[in-house]
Design a protein around this ligand. Structure first.
Ligand SMILES: Nc1nc2c(ncn2[C@@H]2O[C@H](COP(=O)(O)OP(=O)(O)OP(=O)(O)O)[C@@H](O)[C@H]2O)c(=O)[nH]1
Ligand SMILES: [Mg+2]
Length: 226
């Protein structure tokens, strides 16, 4: 009750008190479900999401991720073993704490690492619009992924990267879209040189995860035990 009164006077103060409480400074505040609900309406809890970026070698998995996280384009090519990045982003008023797994390039013969399926909320399957091979490999990766997760409902988006390389393009937008449609997944094109397209890819991925979760019984609770 006291918290509700504080909120009415000062929304910022309410948030601080609740955050303190969440950190373990237990007090009398925010013990009631009513109070917590009121706070959630004002300030939705941040959500944690783990996103994996998969694709053939050199398609731009690292470049696109770094463009999104750091806002810069990496011109050099340094093959990845595996990297994890973190980034906080707000989409439609909701804050997300993202963990981004930038995976090693795979080919059609690679064994799909089981670790790529653990706790991953969504997959960005990337190919380069300048490479037939990467387009073929992304199909194989998709098959392996479905074999591995055993669940057709896994949120996936297909992305054709390097769209800035107009002269070198060999995969049309329509071909990309048709493949994505056959998976019932969204299709986007990106350039790791353009921040806006990189942001759009990850934003879209988050929205797909949300959509999928909204269609299922809630599997995780956003409720805080205080
Ligand atoms: N022009 C252009 N070049 C890109 C783009 N994305 C990546 N590159 C270049 O392509 C090369 C490979 O990019 P990476 O991001 O390292 O590719 P990767 O998929 O992470 O490669 P692996 O880690 O080996 O699997 C680098 O030289 C990048 O600068 C893009 O959108 N446009
Ligand atoms: Mg890489």
């Amino acid at each position: 009750m006291g918290v509700t009164l504080i909120y009415l006077r000062d929304q910022g103060m309410l948030s601080r008190l609740l955050i303190n409480n969440e950190l373990g400074l237990k007090g009398e505040i925010c013990c009631s479900a009513r109070c917590l609900d009121a706070w959630k309406k004002i300030m939705p809890q941040p959500k944690s999401r783990k996103i994996a970026v998969l694709g053939y070698r050199s398609v731009g998995k690292s470049s696109l991720t770094i463009q999104f996280v750091e806002g810069q384009f990496v011109d050099s090519y340094d093959p990845t073993i595996e990297n994890t990045f973190t980034k906080t982003i707000t989409v439609s008023g909701q804050e997300y704490h993202l963990q981004l797994v930038d995976t090693a390039g795979q080919d059609e013969y690679s064994i799909f690492p089981q670790s790529y399926t653990i706790d991953v909320d969504g997959y960005i399957l990337l190919f380069s619009v300048t490479s037939y091979k990467s387009f073929e490999v992304v199909r194989v990766i998709h098959e392996k992924l479905l074999d591995m997760v055993g669940n057709l409902q896994v949120p996936i988006i297909l992305v054709g990267n390097k769209k800035d390389l107009h002269m070198e393009r060999v995969i049309s937008f329509e071909e990309g879209r048709a493949l994505a449609e056959s998976w019932s997944a969204p299709f986007l094109e990106s350039s790791a040189k353009e921040n806006q397209t990189a942001v759009e890819v990850f934003r879209r991925m988050i929205l797909e995860v949300e959509k999928m979760e909204a269609g299922q019984p809630p599997s995780r609770t956003s409720c805080l035990i205080m």
